[in-house]
Design a protein around this ligand. Structure first.
Ligand code: PLP
Length: 397
């Protein structure tokens, strides 16, 4: 054995893992699905990804690009024609204009865009507000950037909305940014214009940057679809993030983008340039196609999700697990407390007893205790059978 072989000196082996990385627990969704993967004949309402395959013409564009030798890097910012398409889309859909030359960066999914946005603004000790229950990465990304993640708990009683009053209770002199995601994974909540105006006024008053994750915006079922970036005075303090995974059913393409004023995009570019270089060219070529005549593709899937939303919302409330009407995204978030079990225990018992997989609400932060997340990005027949089984389970409680 060599002198450096740790097996020869286990007691002196150095712990190389950084303590701030160690402090972050692994994703609760992964942990739960490692258990689900060991079971047979499970109906899964657990996966947060479309059950549709990417529309054919988009796949065809990727195949065409490959067939014609598109195998190189692209510019770090992403293909110019894609950034032009993104600028046109964001202007049409959200009424915000970004310059494709200087204000848009193509990224590897919204995941990379979120990481770049957080890392480009957070300095050690800066506080970042985010609403919870929320998508699993917001808190950890802030910790990885040596910031302090500050969760603002939202509740069923007010429809899992985020309000200015709630934010005022958590803001301090160290607060630098607010991360928000409406429609929300996992609650399905959306905000009204009035809510957004209150949050915008809060951001201006405390001089904060707002990072808005708009990945589910196309999947809005009720009410106005509005981004905080479009409110007066907000474009210059907002990093607008969007991507193709959900509404275009393109999770495997790993494509997203960040829009912001040039100094913020330059900062994100710097990190992107040294860590990622560029998003995959085939995905970028597919995304150019995805933005052409996108309304029809997206609308077809959105209206299928809406029918399932109507069904699952009614079914869960009838069974006796109260659930707000999800006004966006593709998740129902029923309240299942009061049976002497934590969310995790409830989810495991439901899995054991009825072979139905839903994610425990605590995977989305401590304020998810008492809830389960059921995705309706699943086949309608599976959703119906899952509701029947959950009804049987509820009667035994
Ligand atoms: N943001 C939210 C709110 C999500 O729910 C997800 C995926 O579930 C992501 C971002 C990640 O998106 P992408 O596939 O574009 O990296």
């Amino acid at each position: 054995m060599s002198r450096n072989d740790s097996k020869s000196r286990p007691e002196t082996a150095r712990d190389f893992v950084a303590s701030h990385v160690k402090s972050v627990p692994p994703s609760g969704i992964r942990e739960f699905f490692d258990i689900v993967s060991t079971r047979k004949d499970v109906i899964s309402l657990g996966i947060g990804e479309p059950d549709f395959v990417t529309p054919w013409h988009i796949r065809e564009a990727a195949m065409y690009a490959l067939d014609h030798g598109a195998t190189s890097y692209t510019s770090n910012r992403g293909l110019e024609s894609l950034r032009q398409g993104m600028a046109a889309y964001v202007r049409e859909a959200f009424n915000v204009s970004y310059d494709p030359e200087t204000e848009i960066l193509v990224t590897v999914g919204v995941s990379e865009a979120l990481d770049l946005a957080v890392r480009s603004v957070v300095e050690p000790g800066d506080e970042v507000l985010y609403h919870e229950p929320c998508y699993v990465c917001y808190g950890p990304l802030v910790t990885f950037a040596h910031g302090k993640a500050v969760a603002v708990g939202t509740t069923r009683e007010n429809g899992f909305r985020l309000t200015r009053a709630m934010l005022e209770k958590k803001v301090t002199a160290r607060t630098k940014a607010l991360v928000m995601n409406f429609p929300t994974n996992p609650t399905g909540a959306t905000l009204s214009r009035e809510d957004l105006e209150g949050i915008a006024a809060f951001a201006v008053e405390h001089n904060l940057v707002v990072i808005t994750d708009e990945i589910y915006s196309e999947l809005t079922y009720d009410g106005e679809r509005l981004s905080i970036a479009s409110l007066p005075g907000m474009k210059s303090r907002t990093i607008f993030l969007h991507g193709f995974s959900k509404a275009w059913a393109m999770t495997g393409f790993r494509l997203g983008y960040a829009c912001a004023r040039p100094d913020l995009v330059d900062a994100m570019m710097k990190i992107h340039q040294y860590t990622m270089l560029c998003a995959p060219i085939l995905s970028q070529r597919a995304a150019i196609e995805a933005l052409k005549g996108y309304r029809r593709d997206v609308e077809e899937m959105r209206s299928a999700y809406e029918k399932r939303r109507n069904f699952i919302h009614r079914a869960l409330n009838e069974i006796g697990f109260p659930c707000i009407r999800p006004t966006g995204a593709f998740y129902a978030f029923p309240y299942i407390a009061g049976h002497g079990m934590t969310s995790r225990e409830f989810a495991l018992k439901l899995l054991d007893d009825q072979q139905v997989a839903c994610v425990p609400g605590t995977a989305f932060g401590p304020s998810g205790e008492g809830y389960l997340r059921g995705s309706f990005a699943a086949d309608m027949e599976d959703i119906k059978e899952a509701m029947r089984r959950i009804g049987v389970f509820a009667k035994k409680l």
